[in-house]
Design a protein around this ligand. Structure first.
Ligand code: CA
Length: 285
């Protein structure tokens, strides 16, 4: 029997307008009423997730920053695994030098460069002149989704952060230039102390080596005395692999990448068709 389910947000619980449908909200309530612990597991910062749920009556555990944080349903922090400060400084110095739009997820803020929007606008122009057929609307949609998060603080340089007493949980780099993303991937994929994942087109994200949605699921299940065999997970992208692989039951969204679908026990409907509600329904029936 499933006692805990971890649910990814973007591309999974959220539809393409970044909303949670009534059907999905009802399914979460019904799972909770059936004694199933519902856990949101996302690359987003926990305070951003709290904002998304603010207008609902639903409270859940939150695995944030791709597993670098776990927050209790009452909002208190339960676990965190920040990136070592020297490593963070090295990463950010490189991203700044390469003119990346980046975001630094910390305890209460997402720090991002003042000129971030300009950097992305320049990249968009370059992408369009290189390939006039490229979809401007899709790029704008991706950028706007990025900017719709809660809790931004603008900085002139990453050096501003080094003076602050903050923990850095996640560093997200975003670019419309595929080659640039590839270079970032090459630079960091063999790093000793950080792990690199991607949650969507146009980005890569860096966390402490031990931070992943899968590790966080393990830690939380252990805390709640639930066996991994009694857990379920649903997601759509590569940063979900670690949790999909260890959960007792795993479902890929109908809109997930083929690679994700292949490694899951089942494939549910898409995020436009309330795939999460459909999956939860099969668990509680
Ligand atoms: Ca996702």
């Amino acid at each position: 029997m499933v006692k805990l389910i971890t649910v990814d947000l973007d591309g999974t619980l959220l539809n393409e307008s970044s909303q949670i449908s009534k059907k999905n909200l009802d399914a979460i309530r019904s799972a909770q009423a059936n004694g199933i612990e519902v856990v949101i597991a996302t690359g987003r910062a926990h305070f951003d997730v709290q904002t998304i749920f603010k207008h609902t009556d639903i409270k859940t555990w939150i695995i944030g920053a791709n597993g670098a944080t776990i927050h209790h349903p009452d909002g208190k922090i339960f676990y965190s695994e920040p990136i070592n400060r020297e490593n963070a400084a090295g990463i950010l110095s490189w991203l700044e030098q390469e003119e990346y739009y980046y975001e630094v997820f910390s305890n209460h803020s997402i720090f991002t460069p003042q000129n971030g929007k300009e950097l992305l606008a320049i990249e968009m122009d370059r992408a369009i002149s290189a390939n006039p057929k490229v979809s401007i609307d899709r790029m704008k949609h991706a950028a706007n989704k990025q900017f719709s998060q809660t809790g931004y603080t603008f900085i002139n340089s990453y050096k501003d952060l080094l003076e602050k007493d903050i923990d850095i949980y996640n560093i997200l780099a975003f670019s419309f230039n595929a080659e640039k993303l590839q270079q970032g991937w090459q630079k960091f994929h063999q790093a000793k102390d950080v792990t690199i994942v991607t949650s969507a087109n146009h980005n890569f994200e860096l966390e402490h080596k031990n931070a992943s949605k899968g590790n966080a699921l393990k830690i939380l299940a252990n805390k709640l005395n639930i066996k991994l065999a009694e857990t379920a997970a649903v997601g759509d992208s590569f940063n979900d692999i670690s949790m999909l692989k260890i959960a007792g039951r795993s479902a890929a969204m109908g809109n997930a990448d083929t690679e994700i679908k292949k490694l899951c026990h089942e494939v549910t409907l898409s995020n436009q068709e309330d795939g999460v509600a459909h999956f939860i329904d099969t668990l509680t029936r």
